[in-house]
Design a protein around this ligand. Structure first.
Ligand code: NIG
Ligand code: FE
Length: 416
């Protein structure tokens, strides 16, 4: 594989050799950078970097591709630790219904919402699902994303959940992105089990989890812990059942009410609890005593008009914070991580530095890739982006709605 040298970089951003895999509290507002820098990539890996003033001679570097990044910045690619990008069709009718006054809950009660996507997915073939997911991933790459977690959860039957997870596996085999799969059979109760929840729980625990583990189709298990979805006790039961098969817990927590998702997640040793619109002081204390990453999903809160998660309070209390897109057809039909950072900055008073830490190293932690991605560190995968000419790193969140990403390298190969 070719060696690449990027030189004259205005700023090399998020450079870490301190062994830190999580950034929290006050540290989140500091972003280690090198001005006027160079970066070398060898065999898909970050090989070295430094300042142009100390640039070593390159006479003996063979097969070297040299890129001049004058006035441009280099960042590690965004890591998106929470998406549902394998889905069939779209749900803009529900979007319009909400504009006319219906709530997300009312739409769900009429058989819309998650169950609308379940119907569509059950009728789609694996090939159709792949063909619909690929352009979404392609667009995410164009916007600077280099790693994506993808959940099941629009199947809700053994057959369809496995279909979704096999689709994710195929995408993973063919995509340059780093991809991780999450089993989310507990996303909603299927219509036919609305009055027999125990029976669906049994299917998840006795049929789905063992098959998912046997076929090695997922690394994580997630539950939508919410009123009318899965209760606190049901969430714990499912996460514990998954843990017995080696699946790492995650929770859709406290998006629409104070449902106990943070307590369930921290108690089960979840790697992340996501959404967090209804987090209170007691939850912050639970998170402080845990290794669980709080993940906010600004696109979903914005798109369906939820209250802002108390992200500022969480950081001020000393917590780490990650940002992801929640890309899905119902609550966040975009995977644009630049926009996610802008929303977090504008609506939640997160600084651009905090947003960049949240969208790189901390979101890498939330998908268990912090040792290979999320910062410019020697030995990490060369998933990096080069910006257009920008005056400062704050400009990415500031220029909301614009794409300031000029090129993207995944595993050291130019893909944009
Ligand atoms: O993360 N909250 C639950 N799940 C998704 C929404 C899924 C849907 O509406 O299709 C979310 O927001
Ligand atoms: Fe989600």
């Amino acid at each position: 594989m070719q060696k690449i040298l990027i030189k004259n970089i205005k700023k090399l951003v998020q450079v870490r050799e301190d062994g830190a895999f999580v950034v929290k509290g006050k540290e989140m507002d500091s972003l280690p950078c090198i001005s006027d820098a160079w970066l070398a990539i060898d065999n898909g890996i970050i090989a070295d970097y430094g300042t142009m003033a100390d640039f070593p001679g390159i006479a003996d570097w063979k097969d070297l591709q040299v890129i001049d990044a004058a006035e441009k910045m280099v960042f590690p690619c965004w890591v998106d630790s929470h998406t549902h990008i394998v889905y069939a069709g779209s749900r803009e009718q529900e979007f319009t219904d909400r504009i006319r006054g219906l709530s997300y809950e009312e739409i769900a009660q009429r058989g819309g919402g998650i169950l609308n996507s379940v119907k569509k997915l059950q009728n789609a073939s694996e090939e159709e699902l792949i063909q619909q997911a690929l352009p979404r991933l392609q667009e995410m790459i164009q916007q600077g994303t280099g790693a994506v977690e993808i959940k099941s959860g629009y199947g809700l039957s053994l057959e369809s959940e496995l279909k979704m997870l096999r689709v994710i596996k195929k995408i993973k085999e063919h995509s340059p992105l780093t991809i991780k799969a999450t089993f989310l059979g507990a996303h909603a109760f299927p219509q036919e089990y609305k009055h027999n929840k125990r029976a669906y729980m049994d299917i998840i625990i006795n049929e789905m989890i063992p098959m998912v583990a046997q076929e090695k189709l997922a690394e994580f298990i997630d539950v939508f812990c919410e009123q009318n979805y899965f209760s606190f006790d049901e969430t714990i039961t499912i996460l514990e059942a998954g843990k017995k098969y080696g699946l790492i817990p995650k929770v859709h927590a406290q998006q629409m009410s104070h449902s106990g998702g943070v307590e369930a997640g921290t108690r089960c040793g979840a790697i992340s609890v996501d959404h967090l619109e209804y987090v209170n002081e007691a939850d912050i204390q639970l998170l402080l005593a845990s290794k669980t990453m709080p993940v906010i999903l600004p696109g979903a809160a914005y798109f369906i008009g939820l209250p802002n998660p108390p992200a500022r309070n969480m950081i001020d209390a000393g917590l780490p914070l990650a940002i992801s897109s929640d890309y899905n057809p119902g609550t966040s039909p975009t995977g644009n991580m630049n926009l996610m950072q802008s929303i977090a900055c504008i609506q939640y008073k997160i600084t651009p530095n905090e947003a960049i830490n949240a969208a790189t190293l901390n979101s890498a932690y939330a998908m268990n890739v912090e040792k290979e991605l999320g910062s410019i560190s020697i030995g990490k995968k060369a998933n990096i982006l080069i910006t257009k000419k920008i005056p400062s790193s704050d400009f990415i969140a500031y220029a909301f709605g614009s794409n300031m990403i000029e090129s993207v390298f995944l595993n050291g190969t130019l893909v944009k």
